[in-house]
Design a protein around this ligand. Structure first.
Ligand code: NAP
Length: 313
């Protein structure tokens, strides 16, 4: 039986690993081995039977399949370097990264692991924390088919409702994720603009939210709720649903690739500038939808609304 490892228990990783551990328990499979920079985040997983392992190299040594779900490219690169430098054999191990990283990072990682006869699957996800909790994420997966076939049953109807197979070239699923986030970030900007417009014209955010949910779908409706419930600026010290710096990273990746391919992304540039301005004003503890605060300021309102936190950075 292959033991499965998991590194990264943030807003998304904890929810995903929880569903995976529950699945393994129903199959009487070996319990998940988990690790995280902040190990205490794994306490709920431990209570479900998963095993903590604070040393990533030891986790890799015990597991045949290793999932990672971390903030950004440099954290993933650090983990892979750590596995490579451990001196242990990585032969036939499958590394599955679900984070959003640049396709170039994926390409480099594939090459490094291939030298050690290990496989790398890029399996980024679409959907936020509530969807991760429900096990209904959309995954894009790419990499060696043999490895994909092994891993898909751990994803489909466990952590995700749909797996889009992007083929053997692992950079392709990462590219799809970066492209998808052009839509995500633009949609957040559009919903934020519409909600400030609704508030200032006297229409009100309630009818606007009803329309957004009904006419533009649950994803857009969910973005509106992030504004009207104040979670765009959550209490200091809490973990945002989708941290503003993560969305800025995603937009940076898209804009860098667009430049290389002579593509213009003017809408994304506006949203990116507004996210950066929000972070400058209110700090790191912000959701990606916090461009709304800046749009409010442009209209002469306070950055904060009646449901958000009221200051601090
Ligand atoms: N949130 C979303 O809605 C969403 C949706 C789709 C994709 N994504 C992508 O999924 C990935 C994870 O997102 P998330 O929202 O779960 O992020 P998150 O809540 O910020 O969690 C980030 C994870 O990375 C770890 N980490 C951060 N810096 C580290 C470092 N220097 N060394 C070691 N570990 C480090 C964190 O450890 P600690 O627990 O110790 O901080 C945590 O486990 C990101 O690439 C994001 O862009 C997010």
């Amino acid at each position: 039986m292959t033991r499965i490892g998991w590194y990264g228990l943030g807003s998304m990783g904890l929810a995903m690993a929880t569903n995976l551990q529950r699945h393994l328990a129903t199959k009487n499979a070996l319990n998940l081995v988990y690790s995280n920079r902040t190990m205490a985040r794994g306490d709920p997983l431990k209570s479900l039977g998963a095993t903590p392992e604070s040393d990533f190299q030891k986790l890799v040594a015990q597991c045949g399949i290793i999932f990672t779900m971390v903030s950004n490219d440099s954290v993933l690169q650090h983990l892979v370097s750590s596995a490579l430098s451990s001196g242990q054999s990585l032969r036939d191990k499958i590394f599955v990264d679900c984070s959003t990283v640049h396709p170039e990072t994926v390409g480099l990682t594939v090459a490094k692991l291939k030298e050690k006869q290990a496989s790398f699957l890029a399996a980024p996800v679409f959907g936020g924390n509530p969807i991760a909790v429900d096990g209904k994420l959309v995954f894009a997966i790419a990499g060696p088919q043999k490895a994909s076939q092994v891993v898909k049953p751990l994803i489909q109807d466990v952590m995700g409702r749909k797996v889009i197979d992007c083929g053997e070239d692992a950079t392709k699923s990462s590219l799809l994720k970066i492209a998808g986030n052009i839509v995500t970030v633009n949609m957040m900007e559009a919903v934020g603009e519409a909600q400030v417009f609704a508030e200032q014209t006297g229409l009100g955010t309630g009818p606007m939210e009803e329309l957004i949910g009904e006419a533009f779908g649950p994803v857009a409706g969910g973005y509106s709720k992030r504004l009207t419930t104040g979670v765009y600026a959550p209490p200091l010290g809490s973990r945002p649903g989708f941290g503003v710096s993560l969305a800025i990273k995603d937009a940076n990746h898209a804009m860098a690739m667009a430049k290389d391919h002579k593509v213009e992304l003017p809408g994304l540039e506006v949203a990116q500038e507004n996210m950066v301005a929000a972070r400058e004003y209110a700090g790191e503890c912000l959701d990606s939808s916090s461009m709304y605060g800046v749009l409010r300021q442009m209209a002469g309102l306070e950055f904060w609304n009646e449901k958000s936190r009221k200051g601090g950075s």
